[in-house]
Write a protein that binds this ligand. Sequence first.
Ligand SMILES: *[C@@H]1O[C@H](CO)[C@@H](O)[C@H](O)[C@H]1NC(C)=O
Ligand SMILES: *[C@@H]1O[C@H](CO)[C@@H](O)[C@H](O)[C@H]1NC(C)=O
Length: 760
Amino acid sequence: MASIFVEFGAKFILSLKTSGALKLIGFITIDCGSNEDYVDEETKIPYISDKGLIDTGIVKTVSSDSPANHLRYAKNLRSFPQGTRNCYTLRPEQGKNNNYLIRATFVYGNYDGKNQKPIFDLHLGVNEWTTVNLTNSGAYGYYYDIIHVPLTDYIDVCLINTGCGVPFISALELRLLDNSIYPTQGRALTQMWGYDVGRNRSDFIVRYPNDTYDRIWEPSLFDWIPIKTGSTIYSENPYNLPDVVLRTAAKTQNSSLPLILSWSPPDSFSKCYLYFHFVEIEKLEAGQQRELKIDLNGERYLTESVKLDYLKPQTIAQNDPPISGEQIYFSISAAEGTKLPPILNAVEVFVLKDFPNKPTAIDDVEAITDIKKLYNVTRNWQGDPCVPSEYSWDGLNCSGDNHPRIISLNLSSSNLTGEIATSFSNLKAMQSLDLSYNDLTGPLPEFLSELLNLNTLNVSGNNVTGSVPEALLQKFRHGKLALSVGENPDLCLSVPCKRKKKKEVVVPIVASSIAAVLVLLFIFSALIIYRRKRKGEVVSITNNFRTIIGGGGFGKVYLGKLKDETQVAVKLLSASSNQGYKEFRAEAQLLMRVHHKNLVSLVGYCDEGAKKALIYEFQSSGNFNKKSDVYSFGIILFELITGRTAIVRGPMRNNHILDWVNPLIERGDVQNIIDPRLEGEFNSTSAWKAIEIAMSCIPSFVIQRPDMSYVLAELKECLALEMAYERTQRMATKGNLTTSNTPFKMTHLEYESDIVPHSR
Ligand SMILES: *[C@@H]1O[C@H](CO)[C@@H](O)[C@H](O)[C@H]1NC(C)=O
Ligand SMILES: *[C@@H]1O[C@H](CO)[C@@H](O)[C@H](O)[C@H]1NC(C)=O
């Protein structure tokens, strides 16, 4: 591909691409609202359309009788009636840590026919740049310049609707500057003015191509005497002022009169920075040299005098300390003992902008930007995701510290399609991820388990396939992750997935661990349910209900066999029994919350009107029905004793009731174990007895669990103890013998220490 490079000025290079599109290195020039790219006839600056750069806002045209109608970049504009914050993102090739001049131009031109000029805010990245107040703007509007060294490779320019009219923008430009000029020390400089001194106000402004940085120089004579030279002036300093700007200057009548510059900053706290540009343009007699002194508010500003050389430009910039005050007077005069009047060729004044806000951690920004692109998220996701917090992206929350991180993301019902992208795992601080009710496909990826802080993951209502990764299941079982994977018809919870490729009535869902107990786990009805309303399948699985292997209040349990020879247990709900159905649900729902390492396995569901069947994996790991019921009963006992649910929801993670109760048992802390609603009104002995019974039901190995008849006998004993205690209490109250129960309690306190059960 042929490129023609033309050396331009000291620094910049024009490259003419074969496509014919001219590109200026270090320049980004956007004509907002234009529907095509073009090269401006006068400045020769190539403008690009903003079509591919922003997906919000509407294109408008200034009114046909507006003078701006003849200015190509001003003719079209983009207006933002929707959303509080709308942003362009500039991505200069030179990237971060470089010095850029950014210019935003606003030409109203009565584009909306309302003849009402708006006021709105302009942000650069996460910080306020300025308020755009067009109320007093003329036909050609206003432009705002800012100089900034970004810490990121991209620069957001955002328009903020503050309720005083619809924000819009006509043009947005970025120019790469030399890093040594206009030092900003991590902040930004907004330009107040840049004057080309010595030219008539009626002259045209100077910008590119005369100024290689495309600074804008407005002609200004003040009320001084203009002077100029026809000689060419080569700027040798990096400020690189245009020859045409330096060739004109102004001077005073004689050496006793100073040049005075005076202005009021926006407020008395504004920190102002001045840049004086001087060059001797009068051919002086041999031995003569112009020498200047500069005073600020009557005090010496520069200790040294400034000596000018013929046609050699110099820039005087004193950056520290910045200048502030209600009114600022500068005077440039002939140095003591010199005879030539002072001159000035150009002057610029900037106001420092503090940039207090820090952007979201870059890794998070990149990850969420990838996600936005990959899934074509159509929300108003623009600018920084977290900062400022009042404009943070819809559907995410961030940590509130100085370097915000994305901690939760909710993309529920957002029409996401495709696989779950690795970008999600790059949001390293994420605690909660909700991807439910989309059309996500592919596997539920293992990498989500690498998110160490993730405590909530919801992918239900998608089409993810394969198995739930063991690492996620582990976190789920240990109560570290609230995991919702329901309504994914082709997802199974076991590793490896046992589901046949062919559609079957059953879906194996949960892996069973090595051990013994078979807990029938019903994870949310949605989570595990695979509905197939195919008549007769249950009949064929159970070989016409041939073998009964158990029964209960809800109905009978039959032995069944799938096509791949897997044995299953089919619990058939008797059609007539409403009560049975409720009981069954209660049991199933309790068991589904008991996530113990010792397995779980429900396989499928059949719902044919009044006929309901639940299908479990059948493990031939004995009388599993009875012994698993004993385990469940133990958990129910703990729920009754403590008044807590099997899964205790915590702010960060959920705890299994056993994780919660075990340390208390070890400490013998009965007061904190027993349901606080009893307000301490219980017999410690019977309480310990109940705890002991519950503990006896839950060993990992089935063989260690007692029979239900033993549990029942123990509970009866426990009840007897409690009744005896209550009788004593009543007697004590009746007879006002308030101290009579004290010896009783003490006796049993001693006794208690012997029967404290130890964790098994
Ligand atoms: C963000 O936090 C708010 C307030 O705590 C909460 O209502 C909202 O659901 C959270 N959003 C996400 C995506 O977690
Ligand atoms: C995500 O947003 C949906 C509504 O769009 C809401 O129902 C759901 O609770 C949210 N999830 C979280 C984790 O906040």
